[in-house]
Design a protein around this ligand. Structure first.
Ligand code: 5AD
Ligand code: SF4
Length: 483
């Protein structure tokens, strides 16, 4: 799906280095000249806004995209009244797509006022051919479209758009290169996501991710450790290791290594204080990983363990490779080894053919596991996935009624669970000033729960002991203890 109209004969493009990352640094320089010339004309700097939809992976990609834009000379801006607006999209459920179309309507009205504004789209939604067709037909004002496999090419695509006249579309079906050494603008100075793997090979029958993110591919451990060391040198004390299924990390590497072993090596990095990771597939969660977590001083006592459904029958149809009993046994084993672990999950309601009995099984697992919190989703039909072709799609009202019942149960349990540490002193990483209450700061506990307590901005980025005085349902009010 490569649009080549802008390529012909442009001396800038013809002279570009063929190897990465040199090629992208070259295009960043060319764009920088164009952007600074335009800024001179306007008498003000040009601004750019990166808007993120979806998961932590996209949030991390957006930091990389903003890093490139800043290198080119754009000044970042939160809202969309910018000279360049980039939407990093998600397509895991249809409502994510609908939100992007809604925002495109809004940004089109801004472009009418500022015709030189550039609008770019990237991310998972752009990997779907039907989406590209729709945008090319009905959203002609979009300037640049690229996918999940070539975000590193932003400068090159921007250069093509700035020196050409038509929409630039560059979407690859599979990753051809992974370029990791480009500039990054981290949102938080003290914590960062770190990609340890890309893609997914699990093909859960409802899920579009394997189609839009491509095959699973792990980064080499040395590269990951190097990146984390660099981050720590730059002030980071907490990392979140990111992958669609971190438990299968490293199996296909030339020199295979387990996720648990990677964690051991990350733990050994001096100066790093906290390690998180996301997401764990229950089918691949090893005893070795549980032992490493149990014995670790740095790995947070939190495990996100998507259940999806409590019905063994549906789990089979979902292609999840575990059943209700295996999931419950796994939770029991984890709790036995790490009693203070906080468990969270994802649950889908209204998968094709879901009966009242299937749904009761989901409620049963929720009652037995008692999650600290759970993300609940209405099943969304994704074209091209096996589940989309299944018969017995569940009527919206039935699914919604079940969803409401599940949410009520999950919230009640979550409120009880989040109060369980009241009175204790726990370590909190201070993330910012509390915007709701003057004189307070907000910190995150190892189990991912937030605590608000008196303090100043000087504490931001520090880990401090906090007594949890009162539970407010999903967060605590506390008081800092002497260290
Ligand atoms: N419909 C609803 N929820 C979905 N998820 C993935 N695909 C779908 C879908 N088609 C949910 C799963 C996954 C989370 C990231 O999104 O629960 O764990
Ligand atoms: Fe989707 Fe399943 Fe892969 Fe998660 S593990 S991204 S739900 S296919």
């Amino acid at each position: 799906m490569e649009n080549t109209t802008n390529l012909a004969g442009d001396p800038g493009i013809l002279a570009a280095p063929q190897t990465e990352p040199d090629r992208q640094f070259y295009f960043m320089d060319l764009c920088r000249d164009l952007v600074s010339a335009r800024a001179m004309e306007l008498g003000r700097p040009l601004t750019a806004s990166v808007q993120t939809f979806g998961c932590q992976m996209n949030a991390r990609d957006s930091e990389k995209l903003l890093g490139i834009l800043e290198q080119i000379g754009f000044v970042p801006r939160e809202d969309e009244e910018a000279d360049l607006v980039l939407y990093n999209t998600c397509t895991v459920r249809d409502n994510a797509n609908q939100r992007v179309y809604g925002r495109l309507g809004y940004v089109h009205s801004l472009k009418k006022k500022n015709p030189e504004m550039l609008i770019a789209l990237c991310g998972c939604m752009m990997q779907e051919e039907t989406v590209i067709e729709k945008i090319q037909k009905s959203y002609r004002f979009v300037d640049i479209i690229f996918g999940t496999h070539n975000i590193y090419k932003l400068a090159e695509l921007l250069y093509r758009r700035l020196t050409g006249s038509s929409m630039v579309v560059d979407v690859q079906k599979e990753a051809t290169a992974v370029v990791e050494t480009l500039p990054v603008d981290r949102k938080y100075p003290y914590k960062s996501g770190v990609n340890i793997m890309y893609g997914c090979d699990n093909f859960c029958s409802y899920c579009i991710v394997p189609y839009v993110r491509g095959r699973e591919h792990s980064r080499r451990p040395e590269e990951i450790i190097e990146e984390i060391k660099r981050l720590v040198d730059d002030g980071v004390i907490e990392v979140m290791l990111l992958g669609q299924n971190v438990n299968s990390y490293g199996r296909k590497l030339e020199e295979p290594i387990s996720f648990a072993e990677l964690l051991r090596r990350v733990e050994a990095i001096d100066g790093l204080r906290r390690i998180r990771f996301m997401t764990s597939h229950p089918k691949d969660l090893s005893d070795e990983l549980i032992a490493v977590m149990r014995d670790s001083k740095k790995i947070c006592r939190h495990l996100h363990l998507p259940l999806q459904s409590g019905s063994s029958r549906l789990l089979k149809l979902m292609n999840r490779h575990y059943d209700k009993e295996q999931y419950l046994a796994l939770v029991e084993k984890i709790r036995r080894e790490i009693p203070d672990i906080s468990l969270t999950t994802d649950i889908i309601v209204g998968f094709p053919g879901e009966t009242e009995e299937d749904f009761e099984d989901t409620l049963d697992v929720v009652r037995r596991v008692r999650y600290d919190s759970a993300f609940t989703f209405l099943y969304s039909k994704r074209t091209g996935t096996p589940a989309a072709a299944m018969e017995n799609q569940i009527p919206k009202e039935v699914a919604q009624a079940r969803f409401d019942r599940l949410l009520a149960l999950v919230s009640q349990i979550s409120r009880e669970m989040s109060a369980r540490d009241t009175g204790r002193v726990m370590e909190a990483l201070v993330e910012g000033i509390d915007t709701q209450h003057e004189g307070l700061v907000t910190g995150r506990l190892g189990n991912n729960i937030m605590v608000h307590f008196p303090g100043t901005g000087k504490l931001i980025g520090k880990i401090v002991p906090v007594r949890l005085l009162e539970s407010k349902g999903f967060y605590y009010m506390g008081r800092m203890e002497e260290e």
